[in-house]
Design a protein around this ligand. Sequence first.
Ligand code: AP5
Length: 225
Amino acid sequence: MRLVLLGPPGAGKGTQARMLETQLGAPQVASGDLLRNAVREKSALGIEAKGFMDKGALVPDELVLKLIDARLRERDAQKGFILDGFPRTVSQAETLAKMLDARSEKLDRVIAISVPDEEIIKRISGRRTCRECGAMYHVIYDPPRNLNLCNSCNGELYQRDDDAEDTVRMRLQVYAASTRPLLEHYERLGLLSAVDGIGRTEEVSGRILSALGRGLKAAAAKGTA
Ligand code: AP5
């Protein structure tokens, strides 16, 4: 299964991608995580990307594409993947299509998760992430047993630099201007399914799995799958 999860910052793309990994037998490929790893490693790419990320702006395509291309070539992504945070513009979507075409592959489905802005601000301001294993918590909706430590690996929990309220508002503007047009792009290609992102994480993932089933059936009936 080659899947893209679309949605505004804080919509739950990362949470859902991690939950779906086992059910779909495909790894999460998160552009934000790849970029944050590069920043942590202080690579030349990471140093250049950091300035854009801290402002809530998009990182230039050539940097993001380098990371995505390398990640999609890894062994575990050969039979499928769950893209989270990429593509983010129509131009990135077109490059992805060419990249896959060169490998005689194509996307199976794109799921757009919708969540209203006020809920997004609440979700992002309460998010805590484990430095060691990347597990995600929310101080109210999904609190860890100890506010500073990961339940799974005891790693330190931290708040992302770009989760300050002003930066989140900027990220929402960037989403509206640059990423929302992707919905129409994928709708036109007959690949899009919209899913309501409000509710318990298990409810949202149930909706995604149902939408995937319906979308794949419809594509098979049209002969596009
Ligand atoms: P990225 O890391 O991709 O951030 P984002 O898209 O803004 O999304 P988030 O990771 O903030 O949210 P999410 O939708 O994954 O939600 P989550 O599951 O964490 O990108 C960061 C930056 O990198 C960008 O601003 C840009 O600079 C750069 N970048 C990345 N990709 C790029 C690209 N392709 N091109 C150019 N630049 C790029 O959930 C959020 C919180 O809500 C958590 O606390 C979670 O526990 C909680 N939660 C989740 N689901 C629920 C639920 N159903 N109910 C209640 N709480 C919930």
